[in-house]
Design a binder for this molecule. Structure first.
Ligand code: PLP
Length: 393
């Protein structure tokens, strides 16, 4: 492992990726050469929030107490810490592989797509600039003028070229075709050499980032003296790449094999079982048991929960209250669109429906980042105005 400063100084130095030995038999072919950039700060730490006893708490614990009552250990894998405000979150793990391919192909520009406050678009734009690539973003919005907050502010600061599309256009044309259209335009009209990245970076190439993340987790657990057995791994699912990498990796990695819970924050579970199966197919995945179809393997390795609530990027007051309570109890900031929604849904409706089933278990929540998405929800958080004291000095 190069030191942090060395990695920073040579951001665009190409590395060769060798898949972990426990995975290599299961994939027909690796893209050769299999280039990877080191863009993220890895390994990300694993935190165990320490709940002090209720007696020393300033206020009762509304979330952690539920786990304490059932003797559950909650661990948090901090992929919100992969790369500071620019690169932080889960997308940079995929971009290490995607942008490596872009450089390998000699591209000068990248095109990708997402919602107005897309974490993926922001990470892509910032990473592209760091590598000397020109970022082009297609942002889905129904407002006439884009704002200046959160992810969008960063997109603008790094000078990303932004194209807007409406939800209707997006639904009618589809994200892949929209990326294709802008790629063609930039190629034909401006002579650029472009690299297109699908929604969320969730294709076969990007998903290697989360397969490798499983290897990282395995090595972290192997390195600790404490005997940690993970029973459940929980995370948010939006475009399926994280779910694909984690579910396949956690099922294959011999020392892990927890139950894997992806909480869908858009679409529905069947869509994601299909998406993950498709990504597995594109990766050339073949499973151990030749009698079992890929689709059945995916269903066996992954539970997708419906957690979208009011819909993608729409929050209920309970979800936002959960994020505020969690922040107060742990000092950790979740985001309203993905991580907060996912953990809220899991704690309230999955764990909450049958807490006895989780007694004594270890649950690892994979925090996928996204804090910048909280910036346009501030007013809805209903934070206690009484915490501000006006005193004279
Ligand atoms: C994109 C994103 C996810 C979902 O990951 P997918 O691989 O797209 O399913 C989860 N959390 C955050 C913060 C994200 O930005």
């Amino acid at each position: 492992m190069p030191s942090a400063t060395a990695a920073f100084a040579s951001l665009n130095r190409m590395h060769h990726y060798d898949p972990p030995e426990w995975a290599s038999d299961h994939f027909k072919s690796f893209p050769t050469p299999f280039p990877r950039l080191l863009l993220a700060h890895l390994p990300t730490p694993i935190y165990e929030p320490t709940a002090r006893s209720s007696a020393t708490q300033h206020q009762p614990l509304s979330i952690l107490q539920k786990f304490i009552d059932f003797d559950v250990t909650l661990l948090i894998k901090r992929d919100d810490l992969t790369g500071g405000v620019e690169l932080g979150g889960n997308k940079i793990r995929k971009l290490e592989f995607l942008l490596a391919e872009a450089l390998e192909q000699g591209c000068d520009s990248v095109v990708t797509i997402g919602g107005e406050q897309s974490n993926h678009c922001r990470a892509t734009a910032c990473a592209a600039r760091a590598l000397g690539l020109e970022p082009h973003l297609i942002l889905r919005t129904n407002t006439d003028s884009l704002g200046w907050t959160g992810n969008l502010l960063l997109d603008r600061m790094v000078g990303a070229k932004i194209y807007t599309c409406t939800t209707r256009e997006y639904g009618k044309i589809g994200s892949d075709a929209l990326v294709q259209q802008i790629c063609c335009h930039l190629q034909d009209m401006e002579g650029k050499k472009v690299y297109g990245i699908p929604l969320g970076g969730s294709n076969a190439v990007g998903t290697w980032g989360y397969l490798e993340a499983v290897n990282e987790l395995k090595m972290q657990l192997d390195d600790t003296d404490a005997q940690i057995r993970l029973d459940h791994v929980v995370f948010a699912c939006g475009s399926g790449g994280t779910a694909a990498g984690l579910s396949i990796g956690l099922a294959l990695c011999p020392s892990l094999q927890p139950q894997v819970h992806a909480v869908a924050v858009c679409d529905d579970p069947d869509y994601f079982y299909g998406r993950v199966t498709k990504i597995a197919e594109e990766m050339g995945f073949r499973n151990k048991n030749p009698g079992q179809s890929r689709a059945d393997f995916v269903k066996e390795s992954l539970i997708v929960h419906q957690g979208k609530g009011k819909g993608y990027a729409l929050s209920t007051s309970q979800e936002l209250q959960f994020c505020a309570d969690f922040a107060t109890e742990t000092g950790i900031i979740l985001d309203p669109v993905y991580s907060g929604k996912a953990l809220y849904h899991f704690v309230t409706n999955v764990f909450g429906a049958d807490p006895e089933a989780y007694r004594g278990c270890t649950i690892l929540f994979w925090h996928t980042g996204g804090a910048l998405g909280m910036y346009d929800k501030g007013c809805d958080l209903n934070l206690d105005a009484n915490s501000i004291r006006h005193i004279s000095f």
